[in-house]
Design a protein around this ligand. Structure first.
Ligand code: DX5
Ligand code: ZN
Length: 219
């Protein structure tokens, strides 16, 4: 899959100066900006919506990797597309018709991601692989930053990697939750090529974003 990409999650940023944080991430070498959208219904936590994304959009040309943890998801796709999302990732459990949600995202000319929670089976995504750009494997229960990595999801990563390779598909495998300097190598070996990280990037080494992004990339 080529180069490893790092997608820092702004969930761990200081929201009182979100714009500056995004600029700092860009300067520190982030490939994408991971934006966690939570509705207090699909997941227990509530974060931000399209209005905030719209406000930070003019600050950077970095790819906005928008992870929607909202249900139902369809009626908000257009809003997130218009706000400036580049990749729109949803959970299959948050829609009645996965194919329809994929079409709605494609209609906006955005890249499509499907996310699997730790207990969600590959079957939920298998029939759709040809139509999507990215699979986001959750390595914690979605809802909060700073949780512990669940190594049992590595099997799922390996299985998906195998299917993608066999079918010669151009689908990225992204991992999200509890990524740190101890497990970054293992997840890459399993087949991941995009690493999301909030706590590690913002908190390790006294918040040295550049160092932490580089360590996750090369470790
Ligand atoms: C959790 C979010 C993650 C989270 C990652 O629901 O999807 O993106 O912010 O944070 P860390 O790296 O702290 O686990
Ligand atoms: Zn996320």
């Amino acid at each position: 899959m080529g180069k490893i990409k790092i997608s820092p999650s702004i969930l761990s940023a200081n929201f009182s100066k979100l714009g500056d944080e995004v600029l700092s991430l860009e300067k520190a070498g982030a490939d994408y900006i991971h934006i966690d959208v939570m509705d207090g219904h699909f997941v227990p936590n509530i974060t931000i919506g399209p209005e905030v994304i719209k406000k930070i959009r003019p600050l950077t040309e970095k790819i906005f990797d928008v992870h929607l943890m909202i249900s139902p998801v369809d009626k908000y796709i257009k809003d997130f597309a218009k706000a400036g999302a580049d990749i729109i990732t949803f959970h299959p459990e948050a829609t009645k018709d996965v194919d329809n949600t994929i079409s709605l995202i494609k209609k906006e000319n955005k890249k499509v991601g499907i996310s699997l929670k730790p207990n969600s089976k590959i079957d939920l995504v298998e029939d759709h692989l040809e139509k999507i750009d990215l699979i986001l494997i959750m390595s914690v229960e979605p809802g909060f930053g700073g949780q512990k990595f669940m190594p049992e999801v590595l099997d799922k990563v390996k299985k998906i990697k195998k299917i993608i390779t066999e079918k010669k598909l151009n689908v990225d495998i992204e991992i999200d939750g509890g990524i740190n300097f101890d497990n970054s190598k293992t997840v890459k070996e399993a087949g991941v090529n995009i690493l999301v990280s909030g706590s590690t990037i913002f908190k390790e080494n006294n918040g040295d974003l550049k160092k932490n992004i580089e360590l996750l990339r090369t470790n």
